[in-house]
Design a protein around this ligand. Structure first.
Ligand code: PAF
Length: 277
């Protein structure tokens, strides 16, 4: 496994990577969820590249950029175990040189849900991922369904900017109690960690209700709210039942819908979602 630290070094190596090349962009502190993306890339591609970069431009001023967990040695060991061909670990000045002022912005898909509470977040994500697409030139790029809006936004960006690649979304990996795997789960103390299972429990209850015939989006949102309210350590940030493609809120579920949420457990903000239909 090659580890390269600069964009130039990656470019020098690109011709040695067999096509199709699968790419998994990450912010490190890798868990099984990330590794499942790497495995999917391996199944579908002849070589696999991973980037590790905690992207400052996608964090708001009061968010956890400084505190975001990092462990480069452990990450590289895990990727070596997955037989990744190349890992790019650029530093901030390489990706955002002095005088940087060019941004990639997807319009309406970034407005609802996470866009309301995290202004500027998706602009940071789309800008850095567009840069990685230019540098890595992958044939397929892999993202997790846990960040459903991010995946939708990046698919839109790739289509709109004619990137010659496929954006692939892989299923969310969960702990045995249903909690979606996330690097931010490490912020939770044992009591909070237990309480965090309420996210998936509430989504799952709503999905069961949907499957039994409840098509009223508000009833499903309310069901989720009630379950979250029953967990004293949890505070609901939002619950949404939206069209899977446009992310616009629904009254009645007639096509596939995305039931998604953000919940604070203590100071840690967790997101999760399920697809209905
Ligand atoms: O999902 C993430 O970890 C990040 O948003 C990404 C896609 C690596 C961009 O920094």
């Amino acid at each position: 496994m090659k580890v390269v630290k600069t964009v130039q070094e990656f470019r020098d190596q690109r011709k040695n990577l067999s096509n199709p090349l699968g790419f998994v962009p990450t912010m490190g502190f890798l868990h099984e969820g990330h590794l499942s993306l790497v495995r999917a890339a391996h199944r579908e591609c002849r070589s696999v590249a991973v980037s590790i970069f905690v992207n400052p431009t996608q964090f708001g001023p009061n968010e956890d950029f400084e505190a975001y967990p990092r462990d480069m040695d452990a990450d590289l060991e895990k990727l070596e175990g997955e037989q990744v061909d190349i890992v790019l670990t650029p530093d901030k000045d390489d990706l955002y040189p002095a005088g940087f002022q060019t941004w990639v912005e997807v319009e309406s898909l970034t407005q609802p849900l996470e866009g309301i509470v995290r202004p500027g977040h998706f602009r940071g994500v789309t800008t850095v991922v567009a840069k990685f697409f230019n540098i890595v030139q992958p044939d397929r790029a892999y993202f997790g369904q846990k960040d459903a809006q991010q995946a939708a936004v990046l698919r839109r960006m790739a289509a709109d900017l004619n990137f010659p690649l496929e954006v692939i979304t892989c299923p969310t990996l969960r702990e045995p109690d249903g909690l979606a795997m996330s690097s931010r789960n490490t912020y939770l103390n044992p009591e909070q960690r237990k309480a965090a299972a309420v996210l998936y429990r509430s989504l799952n209850e709503a999905r069961l209700a949907f499957e039994k015939g409840e098509k009223n989006a508000n009833s499903l949102r309310q069901l989720v709210k009630n379950i979250i309210a029953g967990e004293p350590l949890a505070r609901l940030d939002y619950v949404s039942c939206a069209d899977l493609v446009t992310l616009q809120e629904l009254d009645k579920i007639e096509r596939q819908a995305l039931l998604s949420m953000a919940v604070f457990i203590g100071k840690t903000r967790l997101i999760d979602n399920v697809i209905l239909g």
